[in-house]
Design a protein around this ligand. Structure first.
Ligand code: NAI
Length: 287
């Protein structure tokens, strides 16, 4: 018995790194997997490498699992619809979507140009929006036909988005946007029994292998991240929704936005002045 027996899972950007690890584990747990990846370099530019989606599909099938490849880009509405259509034509339905595809175009803020901004936002943030909308449309159609409903979406955010990171204003904005998207979708889709959570992984992949920490560390791998995605994509997750689960090697933790208790004026009618805010700063922001 696998945790995902009978389920159909779409994993975007599953030809490499973390998405590949998700795909292998999900297939091992009984899911029929759509391995989406358009190929290309770390920055999203085209290269001649053999289709990474095909390679992962072959690995899954060789291990006795079921998978098909999809080569669409998540960054266009047509591509996102194509990913979902691939799942429906191969396996007849969808149950799980992992929005994982991603690229990097790092530059310090004042050197970041518009195309670097647009490309990164398009793949991460717009891609997560478009794929989720196409996926939910299909879940609704299944619900109308069979009356059941229920599905799970796992988005991929980042420490960079939650905390900020030098040289990643485009990427951090996209990943912070994915946090807001996750929270809003989790609220809106609850009534359709669709859980929406996010992962914030740290793992050595082609995206991160140049980071100095990864010259020394070999214990933060995509294999460490995949079980967290499996949990959020399986029925073990129950009705938990709107969470950000972070994974870095053997460490699991969560990101939360906190609201401080704040400070009230004695008289509810009176208005804070800027000088009073300066004076009372510590009391206002303390957690
Ligand atoms: P990776 O570069 O190994 O894999 C990303 C995959 O996405 C690639 O195979 C690429 O071809 C695919 N992709 C890119 N644009 C696409 C598009 N438009 N349509 C379909 N596929 C596309 O990177 P990695 O590290 O596995 O990253 C996976 C996710 O995890 C990304 O969203 C990344 O931002 C996120 N992440 C990774 C961290 C890490 O430490 N590796 C840290 C925080 C977040």
């Amino acid at each position: 018995m696998g945790l995902l027996d009978g389920k159909v899972a779409i994993i975007t950007g599953a030809g490499n790194g973390i998405g590949r690890a998700h795909a292998l584990l999900f297939a091992q747990e009984g899911a029929r997997v759509v391995v989406n990846d358009l190929g290309g370099g770390r920055d999203g530019s085209p290269n001649d490498a053999a289709s990474p989606a095909d390679v992962v599909v072959r690995e899954i099938v060789a291990a006795g699992g079921k998978a098909v490849a999809s080569y669409d880009s998540v960054a266009t509405a047509q591509g996102a619809a194509g990913v979902v259509a691939r799942a429906v034509s191969a396996f007849g339905r969808v149950d799980i979507l992992v929005n994982n595809a991603g690229i990097l175009r790092d530059k310090s803020f004042m050197k970041m140009d518009e195309s670097m901004w647009d490309t990164v936002i398009a793949v991460h943030l717009k891609g997560s929006f478009l794929c989720s909308q196409a996926f939910v449309k299909q879940v609704m159609a299944q619900k109308a036909a069979a009356g059941a409903g229920g599905a799970r979406i796992v988005n991929t955010t980042s420490v960079s988005g939650m905390m900020g990171n030098f040289g990643q204003s485009n990427y951090a904005a996209a990943k912070a946007g994915i946090y807001g998207l996750t929270r809003t979708m989790s609220i809106e889709l609850q009534k359709h029994r669709i859980t929406v959570n996010a992962l914030a992984p740290i793992a050595k992949t082609r995206m991160t292998e140049d980071l100095p920490m990864f010259h020394e560390v070999e214990t933060m791998t995509p294999r460490h991240v995949a079980p967290a995605a499996l949990f959020l994509a399986s029925d073990l997750c129950g009705d938990r929704t709107g969470h950000v689960l972070a994974v870095a090697g053997a460490r699991l933790y969560a990101f939360k936005v906190i609201e401080t208790p704040g400070k009230f004026k004695d008289d509810a009618d009176s208005v804070w002045t800027a000088e009073q805010i300066a004076e009372q700063w510590d009391a206002i922001v303390k957690g």
